[in-house]
Design a protein around this ligand. Sequence first.
Ligand code: ADP
Ligand code: MG
Length: 472
Amino acid sequence: MIFTFAHLEKSVEIMSKNIRKQDFLTYFKRFSLMASSETSVTIGVISSFHQDNLSKKFYDEIKSAIVTIVPTIEVIDFVVDDTIEMRAIDEVIDCRDTQKTTEKKTKNEAINGVEIVEGVNSRLVSERYQLDNFIVGPNTQLAHAACDAVARRPGSSYNPLYIYGNVGLGKTHLLQGVANTIRSKQKDLRVVYTTADKFLTDYVSSIKWRSVDKLRERYRQIDVLVLDDVQFLAGKKQTQEELYNIFNILYEAGKQIILSGDRPPRELTELEARLQSRFEWGITVDVSEPDYETRLAIIGEKARAREFLLPQNVAEFIAENVTTNVREIEWILNQIIAEYDLRGTPPTIENVAMRLSKLSIRSLTPSMTTSKSIRSTHCSYEDLIQAVSGHFGIEIRALLSEDRKKENMIPRQVAMYLLKNKLHYTYERIGNIFSGRNHTAVMYSVKKLEEVMKKNQQVVYELNVIRDKLGI
Ligand code: ADP
Ligand code: MG
């Protein structure tokens, strides 16, 4: 195989990952491909300074990247390419751009998901959401059974499986539960979980880069496509069209498709009729509000998962009063645990009643299903880490690492503080997120920040900006 420009691009991508950022940005400016064969490559660079350094300091790393792409390469030369500034864009590799793209990609993979098929990012599926920690009640019996059947034999029982219901009733939990089960039982299957929102973004950027064909080609390789919240495609005609195409490709190939929406397909009036009808081809099942016993069981399960001892009468009190939305049940429970952790307030009916009235629990109206206030209570730790990293402009990896660089200290403390005080994570859990630190180290960092906040208004301000962004 002769070494091509595309091979060089791929190699540079690898180099940008393996070579220290500062070095990479200093020495790797621009590359062109001057000559090549099956065994040799001549790379054009911008100056003799770069030629010198690359061939002396970085030869091994460059070679190892190149050989990863084309194993037959033996010799690599560098020459000064006087025409490099005048070359067409597709003849020059701007290493800086490559570095930025890879960095972004790695970040996204770390936070938003994992790349399962090249170019198709699956959102991270939370381990918390399993089919067997989902409490089944009369309201979800059918949905759970259908999920179970699909997880056992993807592609052959119900296809597509469409689950609908109001917000906070367990759709995402079930969908991710299926994804988790299939991933753990059938490791060879490519399971992609994504939201309609994310699909839309991917599609729009594929139009921008004129790579719609590629997008389709990539989705074609998926074995199980899980698409959450399809109502977000309302009114997005072109994206619907693309989903229709992908749906057909997957369906005809016997691949499993699982969808969720906030109402039954035929009520998604802003969705093209043919897409609505496709969604109904398999089975559609609803999730509705849990009854009292189910609510009580859910509270019990959630408290158990948090290792929190909740008195039975308090659990019953919550089950009686928070009736429409499981997410709110979790939210109350979080509040109770936080109160206990922070102030030692015991969970009694009186205390909880006060909380409930303060929080003025309201029943959800449909118009609120997309409102920020509801979603905000469900800011995940990934969202939080990403926001802190974005706000301070430091890499997620650095934020979570154990390095003791001064510029990373405050951002790290801020992230820990918010996890503790706003998402109510235990010190142990936070420690695990931050490279397995000891919980006392986390506690110390949080305390430290509290001290800083007393003296430094700027930090308080920064914190508020981040909290606003996340709605916490
Ligand atoms: P939806 O996607 O329908 O808006 P989610 O799946 O995000 O709702 O559920 C909200 C929260 O409530 C999640 O944390 C989920 O684990 C929890 N939940 C909902 N229903 C159940 C259930 N039956 N058993 C256990 N947890 C549940
Ligand atoms: Mg959801």
